[in-house]
Design a protein around this ligand. Sequence first.
Ligand code: ADP
Ligand code: G3P
Length: 498
Amino acid sequence: MGKLIMALDQGTTSSRCILFNKKGEIVSMAQKEFKQIYPKSGWVEHNPMEIWATQFSVATEAMFTINVSAKDIEAIGITNQRETTIVWDKRTGLPVYNAIVWQCRRTADICDELRKKGMDEVIRNKTGLVLDAYFSATKIKWILDNVPGAREEAERGNLLFGNIDTWLIWNLTKGRIHVTDYSNASRTMLFNIHELKWDEDLLREFDIPESMLPQVKPSSYIYGETDEVLFGMPIKISGDAGDQQAALFGQTCYDEGAAKNTYGTGCFMLMNTGEKAVASQNGLLTTIAWGVDGKVNYALEGSIFMGGASIQWLRDEMRMLKNAADSEEYALAVEDTDGVYLVPAFVGLGAPYWDPYARGTVVGLTRGTKKEHFIRATLESIAYQSYDILKAMQEDSGIKLKELKVDGGACANNFLMQFQSDILDVSVHRPKVTETTALGAAYLAGLATGYWKDKEDISTNWAVSKVFNPVMIEERREKLLKDWHDAVERSRGWARER
Ligand SMILES: Nc1ncnc2c1ncn2[C@@H]1O[C@H](COP(=O)(O)OP(=O)(O)O)[C@@H](O)[C@H]1O
Ligand SMILES: O=P(O)(O)OC[C@H](O)CO
């Protein structure tokens, strides 16, 4: 069989491990969901120990299932839900608080205060990000200000910060390595994406000691080896990237202008802008795609907070679905939504609106509205939100997209993909391997050890499974989009006024 690459994909709702062969094919896979903790309205946490435990357990399960051991694994690549913040005590390895998840809105008021001081402009220029509770900086500050004794211990140099990648590498190496990569660092709101270093002014503004921060390395790089106790012998750890950037890499979007959209918990559209950091005029983020071959690549990103998660909400809270995949059949059982629009602003709206006070809104209900219309409107909202991002991206980059590569759990939905193509008026390409996040992490790891020679070697692995071409007439598209934008306006600012 030859050696395999292990990708650890630590997502918002589950920890996954996938073993890939040289052709980029999935040889084994294991997955475990873990608990979502909602201590207050708008707050979201994870237990860091559960994240580590589930991630390690799926790693051993994926090996065990196909009867391979550490000697069969060439290297490990890590990819992770980004921004989610963990602070732990380096003496004990114990977190001082739960992981504060990227979706958590608890620090919206800290952002409001900073905005009053004009910090939004400073932050945008240095980090490429929009001042928002989404990113790690205000989450770290919240932990230091609210966990008794945390600030004192941090100032004494006893506490470490990490996103999930850093936390996993620290645990995989039994506390020997405290590291992250450029793509993850670029999501903290503390990293200067032009100078490629932690920004002293921002650290001072947020009152965060630099000693807490990990070293920043390329995304394809031998960071170290796993502790031999874990897998029986050490395995190289040689890839690390935030999950959305890893998906861009896994989709082989190596050329300037190439773009992908991932339909997972949220939806994240990224366009490679090469070695140029393009500043957005339309509410997108400028972010680091990866550091590979001694160079840093930038991307424009549109982040949508509720993508597939809104289908999960239909399933778990509204109890309209037995499983997410059934949404396709319900949506196809009606011709349209009968004028119903659902804006899934359950945790505010991300790009391009950036409104933490927007809340979920349904408009156009009538006596004739059926469950099928409601489900279809929820699926359509995913496509409309992606339209808003693509439009902003085309304006910012000056590039008219001809095709969009897709991946993530919800891209399995054929209704959604066809509607997406219709609304964008662009062809949508679904690859054979849709686990592109894990694949990207595997590619980064394998490039560092010479398992794959170069990006060209990898590119030949990408293969399309299905193409969706637009068939909707323009007048219909325009009417739907106009009504969608009216519905979005009705959702905005709702929580601020209450
Ligand atoms: N066939 C489907 N139709 C619509 N949504 C789906 C479908 N399959 C999965 N999903 C949604 O996709 C999400 C899971 O995708 P995944 O890429 O595994 O997410 P993540 O990496 O964010 O944990 C869930 O929110 C689920 O509701
Ligand atoms: O867990 P995912 O795949 O929804 O990704 C989460 C993102 O990285 C958040 O920025």
